[in-house]
Design a protein around this ligand. Sequence first.
Ligand code: URA
Length: 211
Amino acid sequence: MTHPHLTIIDHPLVQHKLTIMRRKETPSALFRQLLREIATMLAYEATRDLPLTTTPIETPLEEMDAPTLKGKKLALISILRAGNGMLEGVLDLIPSARVGFVGLYRDEETLQPVKYYFKVPAELGDRLSIVVDPMLATGNSAAAAISMLKEAGARNIRMLCLVAAPEGVETLREAHPDVPITTASLDRALNEKGYILPGLGDAGDRMFGTK
Ligand code: URA
């Protein structure tokens, strides 16, 4: 299984923080803090090729043509609810981004996504959309969310996740080969309930102390 657009961020700080997140005894507050920090670093890597233009400015000493981001503000799309754990970290890096939400829950028997909410920024066709969801497990939710974004006009989409399963990467590659994925880890497999192994458990429950 290969994905030409799968990037695994092997930065030591990302890997160290992820290990703390994986530990079952890590409390929710620390889990949320680390997810936010890692999301910032994943976003930093996933945006390193954003197009630039130049703008004439004056420094205290002279005029110059200085680099600025080209095009419309980015759209950050959080897949509820766990995506919200990454959202703030990406907004720390790109505070002027527009934000959208896709509400999907996973039917625990079929493992298929069921939509309950969809609210995204206007003019998606002119923006880079960055979809955030910490766990790319079956890939069904991410693939469905991205299909909805494309129906809403999005053409330039990237996916950020904390941990990916090979099955999820393959599902996304088949459904949306144009969407690059950035992750902190490609884990071993899914279990029979659709959880990632070794993974870190249910990211939403661990963030919010539910279950
Ligand atoms: N969602 C999670 O939160 N964890 C998994 O392991 C799989 C899906």
